[in-house]
Design a protein around this ligand. Structure first.
Ligand code: ADP
Length: 355
């Protein structure tokens, strides 16, 4: 039985006023927003959810599309459904709603509304992700195919063959890296931690992440230093946190000029550990500082591609932080440099936990 059928059951044998009151009482239990309109399209009853959504104004429906749906249900004498955007006023957030209008009696129509904003947002994010992935994968794949063709026709020229083969290798590596990151990201987004959770020393993870980046720093003539306090324990997915710290350090190096410095630190503030990665590199414009955590977003796509970036690194850091009840933030000025701070809740011994 759907909500409208349920309401129909409730009101079948009652008089219209009583029926409307009963129908609304029924909707309150279901938490569905519901509005009942009489033959002159005046609202004679509404559920508290409908009231809080602002669906009714001066006893009329506050939205023309919703009124049109009611008109259609009346005209055709059958239930009508639609999905649409609804905004109470300019200041209110835009909601994506699913609406269904059904005749309750010869005069009364009930309009049932469900808020689908979150479901729609997730659907859009998924759609964008797939679109972006296809686009990102196409670039190295077509490069590989072109390079393979070039190789075929340059077999007599050893120099050219060598050059194309090495480019081919670079593109294949890029493609592999991209696929790995996509897999990592989907794993993190599925909230896939817990099975591998353990207590670990954050200082050790930082030391390893610095170590893993020493070669890159050396190649780019960037001085990489770190200064951490001991005995900072975290409970969670060690691998994931390690990946996040590595990503931050790698970015700090690749978005710096040669002969500059990158510093990694670890401090404790209340119940949180703070890992900071500071560079004096190119910096990030203030209006883009929120967007860099989105998947595939890059301030300068050509520079990022040149350095082998995928646009997924910070998105991985953000999700890794969130999965652990932490967060990542950035302070940056163009031309001066950036500091990324990864904040993670400290592991509490059983006797330190609140009752
Ligand atoms: P990418 O693989 O392109 O580096 P990220 O998700 O790691 O992707 O970063 C997104 C974008 O944020 C980068 O393309 C770059 O424009 C910017 N960015 C990240 N870290 C830094 C940094 N330390 N300094 C300047 N820009 C940065």
């Amino acid at each position: 039985m759907n909500n409208a059928d349920g309401v129909n059951e409730v009101v079948k044998s009652s008089n219209p006023k009583k029926a409307a009151a009963q129908a609304v009482a029924f909707l309150e239990v279901l938490e569905t927003a519901g509005v009942i309109l009489n033959a002159s399209n005046e609202v004679i009853s509404q559920s508290s959810k409908a009231e809080s959504m602002g669906l009714v104004e001066y006893e009329k429906l506050a939205n023309d599309e919703l009124q049109e749906l009611v008109n259609q249900a009346r005209a055709e004498k059958k239930p009508k459904s639609s999905e649409l955007y609804f905004q109470k006023n300019f200041k209110a957030p835009r909601q994506y709603i699913s609406a269904r209008a059904t005749m309750l009696s010869d005069d009364l129509v009930i309009l049932l509304i469900e808020d689908k904003t979150e479901a729609k947002r997730l659907e859009d994010v998924r759609y964008d992700f797939v679109e972006n992935i296809s686009h990102e994968l196409k670039t190295p794949i077509s490069a590989i195919s072109l390079l393979a063709e070039a190789l075929q026709v340059s077999l007599d020229d050893a120099e050219q063959t060598k050059k194309f083969a090495s480019n081919l290798q670079r593109e294949a590596k890029r493609l592999g890296g991209l696929v790995n990151r996509i897999i990592e990201l989907s794993r993190i987004q599925a909230g896939d931690i817990g099975g591998v959770a353990s207590v670990f020393q954050l200082g050790d993870v930082i030391a390893e992440a610095v170590d893993a980046n020493l070669f890159l720093a050396d190649r780019r003539a960037v001085k990489l230093t770190f200064d951490v306090i001991p005995n900072v324990e975290i409970f969670g997915d060690r691998e994931l946190i390690s990946m996040a710290v590595k990503n931050l350090i790698e970015n700090a190096i690749v978005y710096s000029e040669s002969n500059s410095q990158v510093g990694v630190g670890l401090t404790v503030d209340d119940d949180f550990a703070e890992v900071s990665v500071t560079d004096n590199g190119i910096g990030i414009p203030v209006d883009q500082q929120e967007r860099i955590f989105e998947r595939f977003y890059r301030v300068d796509p050509s520079r990022s591609r040149e350095t082998g970036g995928t646009g997924l690194g910070l998105s991985i850091v953000k999700h890794a932080a969130q999965n652990h009840g932490g967060e990542v933030s950035v302070f940056s000025r163009v031309g001066l440099g950036s500091t990324f701070t990864l904040k993670l809740p400290l592991h509490k011994q059983p006797n330190e936990r609140p009752e």
